[in-house]
Design a protein around this ligand. Structure first.
Ligand code: AMP
Ligand code: ZN
Length: 489
């Protein structure tokens, strides 16, 4: 039994998939106009934990992610410049080059953080036909209107618009207006209305690189439509042989993103899809809280972005950040600091040392399927924590219990190692990559010599040998089960 906190119902609910052991999972992907920062990546780590929990439970997860490579304007009020076109001008590259470059960079970062790849990666620019089909269907049902700069969705026409926020229509309109940093277009009927199709600026004005013809004129799709059509196509199965059949759309199991997406982007996805299908769009909405740095939400435009490469440059391993992220529940804000990352790196190194010790002490190589009752209990506790709305901090505390147990010699290295690897199928800390490095003759001799000095209580000599070993690029830790010498990271 797995339960999640569902933003839609504002309570924790037991997860039940639409179709047996199959789960459709949709993740809002990055806007590819610059590198993803570790705040963005915190959200992708939470989503990765979710996916791994489902996979380990035996579900077939069909994971779809969009890539926002067009239509995300600098203001949420449907005004301002397209973020990708703006970056293209600044960097004197084409908008397509910018999108391609940062998409690749994003997946390289994900790889460094052990985030599993989606089954389908769907760029918005490759789904223009589908976007037009959806707008036409909305138009037919009377949900759209035209202004001088585009085709808009009339949010007052949908009876439960805004339900994801828990606010009614008036309250949501008021709060959006209050939170906006700029004036809304006077042509909009309601503050919450949003663009489905934006017209390219008239000839002579700023020429766009990314634009397509449509029944309404040359332009580009609004930001929220891409996720609606990509969901409908790959998970909702509402496009058969290129023909849009909204009445056949299936409800999707899980949709995720950062909490900033709730009031506008996800609210508008629901509006578009439910307006045409007249069916529930998504059963479970999961949202991750922000990564905060120096009191502010980390943001690409806020000037406080830290990248995975910044972590590496400072000598941290990207997985130390993953470990740090796992130590806070995904629905709580996470305050980032370099000190916190340093502590996480130390914690992760301790975990790696523990795995190394297990490996050194493992005698029999065959897989042990049955765990001792004590480890069975630990296994159950770990699963219960992860199944309880992805409580990774609690699961990590259980993992540490496994480590302590082992050091107290209450469990065997074989079973301990195997259980740690099972936990790591969810944690994703790369524990299966740790291998014992056979020591060279020189190191073996030095190690034996040091052991002798220690036995004779010749500490100064022993220390000299330690330094020699360290100079060769190895680290030493003396444990109850002997000295471990392994390459320094
Ligand atoms: P974007 O690339 O801006 O479209 O955002 C990609 C993902 O990162 C979305 O799910 C956002 O909600 C999420 N996100 C943006 N800023 C933060 C932050 N500071 N902490 C956590 N998640 C964030
Ligand atoms: Zn989205």
């Amino acid at each position: 039994m797995i339960s999640f906190y569902n933003t839609l119902t504002r309570k924790k609910e037991v997860f039940k998939s639409v179709k047996g052991r199959n789960v459709g999972l949709y993740t809002c992907g990055p806007t590819v106009y610059s590198y993803a920062h570790i705040g963005n990546l915190r959200t992708y780590i939470f989503e990765d934990i979710l996916k791994r929990v489902l996979l380990l439970e035996g579900y077939q997860v069909h994971h779809v992610m969009n890539i926002t490579d067009v239509g995300h304007l600098s203001s949420n009020a449907d005004t301002g410049e397209d973020k990708i076109e703006k970056a293209a001008k600044k960097q004197k590259k084409s908008a397509f080059q910018i999108a391609e470059f940062y998409t690749q960079a994003f997946f390289e970062d994900c790889k460094k953080l052990n985030i599993l790849s989606p089954d389908i990666i769907a760029p918005a620019t490759k789904h223009i036909k589908e976007a037009i089909a959806l707008i036409q269907a909305l138009e037919k049902k009377g949900f759209t209107y035209k202004t001088s700069d585009g085709i808009y969705f009339d949010t007052s026409k949908l009876k439960d618009y805004g339900k994801l926020t828990g606010m009614n229509f008036e309250k949501l309109n008021k709060s959006l207006k209050a939170g906006a940093r700029i004036e809304f277009s006077p042509e909009k009927r309601n503050t919450t209305d949003f663009s489905l199709w934006k017209f390219s600026p008239p000839t002579g004005g700023l020429k766009r690189q990314m634009e397509w013809s449509s029944p309404w004129g040359v332009g580009f799709p609004g930001w929220h439509i891409e996720c609606a059509v990509i969901n409908l196509k790959y998970l909702g199965k509402a496009f058969k042989n290129g023909v849009f059949t909204p009445e056949k759309a299936q409800t999707i199991d899980i949709h995720t993103g950062g909490s900033d997406l709730i009031p506008i982007h996800h609210t508008n996805e629901i509006a578009q899809v439910e307006a045409v299908t007249e069916k529930k769009f998504v059963n479970y909405w999961l949202h991750g809280e922000f990564l905060i740095f120096k009191e502010f939400r980390m943001g690409k435009s806020e000037g406080n972005a830290i990248l995975v490469n910044d972590l590496i440059k400072k000598g941290f391993s990207p997985l130390a950040f993953r470990y740090l992220a796992l130590n806070t529940h995904y629905r709580k804000p996470l305050e980032f600091s370099w000190q916190a990352l340093k502590n996480a790196q130390e914690g992760l190194n301790d975990i790696y040392n523990f795995i190394y010790q297990c490996l050194i002490n493992i005698k029999q190589k065959e897989i042990k399927i049955k765990f001792s009752p004590a480890l069975e209990k630990i296994k159950k506790e770990f699963e219960e924590a992860m199944h309880d709305d992805l409580n990774a901090p609690r699961a990590l505390a259980v993992f540490w219990k496994l480590i302590k147990n082992y050091y107290k010699e209450e469990s065997e290295p074989e079973e301990t190692y195997q259980l740690a690897l099972i936990f790591d199928k969810i944690l994703g800390l790369g524990l299966d990559k740790i291998k014992i490095t056979p020591l060279s003759k020189e190191l073996q001799l030095l190690s034996e010599e040091r052991e002798q000095m220690r036995k004779m209580k010749k500490w100064l000599e022993a220390d000299k040998i330690r330094k020699k070993i360290e100079k060769l690029g190895f680290s030493l830790s003396d444990t109850k089960k002997g000295t471990i010498i392994k390459p320094k990271k």
